[in-house]
Design a protein around this ligand. Sequence first.
Ligand code: ATP
Length: 136
Amino acid sequence: MAKLFFEVVTPDKVLVSQEVDSVVAPGSLGEFGVLPGHISFLSGIVPGELRYSDGVAKESMVVTSGFAEVSNDKVSVLVDAAERASEIDVERARQAMERAEERLAKGRGVEDIDFMRAEAALKRAMTRVKIAERSM
Ligand code: ATP
């Protein structure tokens, strides 16, 4: 059966580099799925769950922001950060959520950039908590 070559790369490391049967990713225009033979395309990646399967083995990961390229049965996901669901430190994510919520509660000030950063941090932390809890 035809396979996809799948890689997940962050600035720190290559988290995944292997053949798989399918990939489902959180695209900026919505979740998309890729099977062998898919047309080539590029998509933004937003914080969310990235799933892939290889036979009966299924894996769930959290990704933050980046891009995905699908071309010639190869799926490359380049993101700022990614972790396997089983490797998420839930306590750390909860603390990140609290810090972000505190910042957001102070409201939008002159330093709008901090507000936007806190919104993005909250989104990452909420995604981590949701996916970690689901995989427990
Ligand atoms: P924090 O404030 O806790 O650092 P963050 O959202 O700012 O959270 P990122 O910038 O997305 O963190 O990621 C920095 C690095 O830490 C990445 O390598 C990422 O995989 C890892 N990381 C962040 N949060 C967690 C977590 N809850 N569990 C495991 N790894 C994490």
